[in-house]
Design a protein around this ligand. Structure first.
Ligand code: SAH
Ligand code: SF4
Ligand code: F3S
Length: 513
């Protein structure tokens, strides 16, 4: 993209010139496009175009020959999958992967901005990489992912982290070859972050991790604008992939022998809302995916707001659609939910959970909860505790609210001391531990089907895998069963995992529904 094209795309914006002359030495960077949260918030009416014309420019062919790349991924599955795409592009350029930073010629940090501690981890890592860069000035260090979409982060990196060679955002990972090229030649920090989401590019290469489980994006972005959340700014507006492209990708994965796919979106229930030519929503997509011969289909993450009856009906058909639903509630207080702009009430959530349980009696529900939202009272927190018990969740991811610059909640005056928030988190976590342990108990003595991931983290002689309901199972078995679905008899139920005895591989008839 040349200067003119960048201007036309509204991408040219440099950070504020520093007021202090001393800072000017750092200001002369190659800034092609810097992020703006204000621009990222805009939701235009313009249509999304779909492309399948990605190819690696001839100029860049062989750029990576004899070179290695290393990507460290932070954050959610969306980032994990973006890393697979970037790894695919690196491979296409001739780079080889490495899992040690010392061996790498290019190091990328694919970052997450969801909470302050996620960002601190990245700044800490950048600190470590400074020494490496000093020892090996030729290594290229890049920052991508959600933190790159934040103005404050980019300005901080420009000012204080001169070990960084390039910054690019979530909307332009397909530009990786150009960005690398510029970074090699300019020897100045290259910044190319688009604030506005791009089009959907269908044929990006992917170097998937493993050959058993795969991520499949069905949509990008989020339009919900929950008041605490940075994602709508870092990932742009909601845009859905076309059904045929998704179905084809899943079919291909099934043909390649993948056993499980996880359908990805920040808010999968909003799938298809942006189509104006067809009436095809998430329930329809799941109904079509269900017919593909692949053992398990999961989805993440769903928002209670768009969880409609048709979807419940489809999920109730079972088959390869797993009976585990992750349904973030965030709070049990209708007042807090309102200020969070979640657009549902405690009662609505309880009703929905009940409806799901009635339609899918065997369902397992898990959730996400934020404690210590600005001015959350003790009573409101107690409502979260009681809702958690009432729904009967197996387990939850729990967080202390973290203010994110640029979001409406960050401007709210908060009179709740951190000590109180920590105590609430402790109480909630004690409850979550209890329910998790309770949910494990009934498995003792039962035989479960486990999709074997590989060696367990703690002991290479023990294998580990997950049940349909996402319960971690450890057991001893020959390594030849890795990647297969096996029967395991549960001997011991712990709080977070199950120990079992291997019985044998599950032989399934291939059934077309
Ligand atoms: N799209 C998903 C959530 C993605 S972020 C959904 O709406 O369900 C994953 C989780 O991080 C959220 O569910 C929320 O619990 C938590 N989270 C998001 N922003 C946060 C913040 N500012 N502070 C603390 N936790 C946050
Ligand atoms: Fe964030 Fe809300 Fe969107 Fe989830 S639905 S990504 S919490 S804004
Ligand atoms: Fe983090 Fe971005 Fe995912 S902020 S949670 S990596 S969408």
């Amino acid at each position: 993209m040349n200067e003119q094209q960048r201007k036309e795309a509204g991408l040219v914006k440099t950070p504020e010139a520093p007021s202090n002359e001393k800072d000017y030495s750092q200001y002369f960077q190659t800034v092609y496009a810097a992020p703006s949260l204000k621009d990222a918030k805009k939701r235009g009416k313009e249509e999304i175009s779909y492309h399948d014309d990605f190819k690696i420019d001839e100029r860049f062919q062989g750029m990576g020959t004899g070179r290695k790349f290393y990507i460290r991924t932070y954050g959610c599955q969306m980032n994990e999958h973006d890393t697979e795409v970037m790894a695919g592009i690196f491979r296409g350029l001739g780079y080889e992967p490495t899992d040690t930073v010392e061996d790498a010629n290019v190091i990328l940090l694919n970052t997450c901005a969801i909470r302050e501690n996620a960002e601190n981890k990245v700044f800490g890592e950048l600190g470590h990489l400074k020494a490496l860069k000093r020892r090996n000035p030729d290594v290229l260090i890049g920052i991508c992912g959600c933190m790159s979409q934040e103005e404050s982060v980019v300005n901080k990196v420009l000012k204080t982290y001169d070990q960084v060679d390039m910054i690019f955002g979530t909307h332009n990972i397909h530009r990786l070859p150009h960005i690398l090229h510029e970074a090699y030649f300019s020897k100045e920090m290259v910044v190319e972050v688009w604030s506005k989401e791009g089009d959907i590019i269908e044929n990006l290469p992917k170097a998937r991790i493993g050959n058993t489980k795969a991520w499949v994006n069905i949509m990008y972005g989020c339009d919900k604008f929950c008041t605490y959340c940075i994602v709508p700014y870092t990932r742009g507006k909601e845009r859905s992939r076309r059904p045929a492209d998704i179905i084809q990708e899943v079919r291909q994965l099934a043909a390649q022998g993948y056993q499980e796919i996880t359908v990805l979106g920040q808010n999968v229930n909003a799938y298809g809302k942006d189509f104006d030519d067809v009436d095809y929503r998430f329930g329809d997509l799941m109904d079509d995916l269900r017919k593909i011969d692949i053992a398990r289909i999961r989805f993440t993450t769903s928002h209670p707001r768009d969880f409609d009856d048709h979807l419940i009906e489809v999920l109730a058909k079972g088959g390869n659609l797993v009976d585990h639903i992750h349904l973030p509630v965030q709070s049990g207080s209708s007042e807090i939910l309102k200020i969070m702009a979640r657009k549902y009430t405690r009662e609505h959530y309880l009703e929905l959970a009940q409806k799901i349980k009635t339609a899918i009696p065997n369902v397992t529900l898990t959730t996400d909860i934020i404690v210590g939202f600005p001015n959350e009272t003790d009573e409101q927190f107690e409502e979260t505790m009681s809702l958690y018990k009432e729904v009967g969740f197996d387990t939850a991811y729990t967080y202390i609210y973290s203010p994110r610059e640029g979001t409406p909640a960050a401007k709210m005056v908060d009179n709740i001391p951190m000590e109180v928030k920590k105590q609430r988190l402790q109480r909630l976590n004690a409850l979550v531990n209890e329910t998790s342990a309770e949910a494990m108990k009934p498995y003792k003595g039962k035989i479960v089907e486990v999709l074997v991931d590989g060696e367990s983290k703690k002991n290479p002689e023990v294998l580990a895998g997950y049940t349909e309901k996402n319960k971690l199972v450890n057991f001893k078995a020959p390594h030849s069963v890795i990647g297969k679905i096996v029967n395991v008899k549960i001997i011991e139920a712990k709080t977070w995992s199950l120990d079992g005895e291997y019985i044998g591989v599950v032989e399934k008839e291939k059934v077309m529904i």
